[in-house]
Design a protein around this ligand. Structure first.
Ligand code: UGA
Length: 445
């Protein structure tokens, strides 16, 4: 919404939310205090806020005034009832649709921005048409493909914008209106229009394919470790095949983030609900592989440290699920910490952007131990050198660029010997680390 406001000064954009604290943070006089860390975002908010970009808790007024409404609420995996642990929870979507229906007194275009199971649009349409005040609604699907950490660049220069709508004349008119908004900065041939079901399913498919690439290279990383092949070399060699391509082939401790796991589980659930068990099993394996990668990384650490980490100090560099974000949802760091805390390790953590409160709440959320045990076992410091001091091993969980510029000799001098580094992101140079004296182990080599 910030990018739309920046690129379309003639359009008034109002972002509304029930959460007063959140909205207050977005309205903070110091734009550097906005609640999401994303490179380039605060400058854009600074430019548009108060001009044609507004943040408010007055939901009813904003709905009534709008010609077009983007539903952008979360669709987490259901934690109860039928489809528990797999299906998308559409509670928030439905509440939005009911509220829009109740308040609207003029015709509106409702855009699904949240990632949704295929055919959700028909549920929204039903609610809008049966509970509304007789006004006309058109529903469009406009899934988002930005990745965190590169969101601003992805939005300014998207590979494509996807808009799905009804094939009726009114549906096509609605599509045109949304195309007109994006046309302010996106080339026409990058704006793809489809029917609404193709659009909904394309979003889930894109994430499933991306996650599958990571699981595929991670599966190879384990084989590389056994055979003497180097996964970076393998990735380079296959990536040069233009049919395969070089992106998204970085072996890692596993993918995290709020999207991949949730969307694949959602896809698996949809396939199962149509009785397509082979399809469901095929995609579920992407997640099985990812869980395996996280737990085998933790096992390697324990095994290498002479089969015990009890009472040993282990330093974590990075907690976010990827660099350039403060988002920790489904971060592999949480699961690796959990396994090592079970082994009674003493963990210290440094992440450039994630808060102490967030890290503690992440480990507490897993409910594996009492909060007190977690607090005693895991300390968060705001300096990487202090985190590494006296540790037996350093574990790299996020590929933050600053890690490569540390004084690794100094870090080595202050560690217990032999000093181990387990690089879960393949960010450091093996030769340099070994020359200093580290026992260096990266995923896939
Ligand atoms: C992902 C998709 O890339 C976006 O296109 C999509 O819009 C978004 O989900 C969404 O559905 O909202 P995101 O989860 O923000 O974006 O981040 P990614 O860059 O896809 O990374 C996901 C995870 O995979 C991270 O933990 C990352 O470290 C890991 N990864 C990625 C690898 O381990 N290796 C790679 O080669 C690439």
């Amino acid at each position: 919404m910030a990018i739309i406001a920046q690129k379309c000064p003639h359009i008034k954009v109002t972002v509304v939310d029930l959460n007063q604290k959140r909205i207050a943070e977005w309205n903070d006089a110091d734009v550097n205090n906005i609640p999401i860390y994303e490179p380039g975002l605060s400058a854009i908010v600074a430019e548009a806020r108060g001009r044609n970009l507004f943040f408010s808790t007055d939901i009813e007024r904003a709905i009534d005034a709008a010609d077009m409404i983007f539903i952008s609420v979360n669709t987490p995996t259901k934690t109860y009832g039928v489809g528990k642990g797999m299906a998308a929870d559409l509670k928030y979507i439905e509440l939005c649709a009911r509220q829009i229906a109740k308040i609207s007194t003029s015709d509106k275009i409702v855009v699904e921005k949240s990632t949704l199971p295929v055919r959700t649009a028909s549920a929204i349409k039903n609610i809008l048409e049966n509970t509304g005040n007789g006004v006309k609604f058109q529903i469009l699907s406009n899934p988002e493909f930005l990745a965190e950490g590169t969101a601003v660049a992805d939005l300014l220069n998207p590979d494509r914008v996807l808009i799905g709508g009804d094939t009726s004349m009114e549906g096509q008119e609605a599509i045109k209106k949304l195309v007109a908004i994006y046309s302010n900065w996106v080339l026409k041939d990058r704006i793809l229009t489809t029917n609404i079901w193709s659009s909904e399913l394309s979003k889930l498919t894109a994430n499933a394919f991306l996650a599958q690439r990571v699981s595929s290279i991670n599966a190879m990383s384990e084989l590389c470790e056994k055979t003497g092949a180097d996964v970076n070399e393998v990735a380079k060699a296959i990536g040069m095949d233009s049919r395969i391509g070089s992106k998204f082939l970085k072996a890692s401790v596993g993918f995290g983030g709020s999207c991949f796991k949730k969307d694949i589980l959602n896809l698996v659930y949809i396939a199962k609900s149509y009785g397509l068990n082979e399809v469901a099993d095929y995609w579920e394996q992407v997640i099985v592989m990812n869980d395996h990668q996280k737990s085998r990384f933790a096992k390697t650490i324990v095994k290498t440290l002479y089969n015990t980490v009890s009472g040993k100090k282990i330093a974590f560099l990075g907690w976010a699920f990827k660099k350039d974000t403060n988002d920790t949802r489904e971060s592999p760091a949480i699961y690796v910490a959990d396994d090592l805390l079970d082994e009674q390790a003493i963990i210290t953590v440094y992440d450039p952007k994630v808060t102490q409160t967030q890290i503690h709440s992440d480990v507490n959320y897993l409910n594996s131990r009492s909060e007190l045990e977690n607090k005693n076992g895991l300390t968060i410091l705001d300096n990487p050198y202090d985190v590494c001091q006296d540790s037996h091993a350093i574990v790299i969980l996020t590929e933050w660029s600053e890690f490569t510029s540390y004084d690794w000799q100094k870090i080595y001098d202050q560690m217990q010997k032999p000093a181990f580094v387990f690089d879960g992101r393949n960010v450091l140079d093996k030769k340099v680390m070994e020359k200093i004296g580290f026992v260096y182990q990266a995923i896939g080599s």
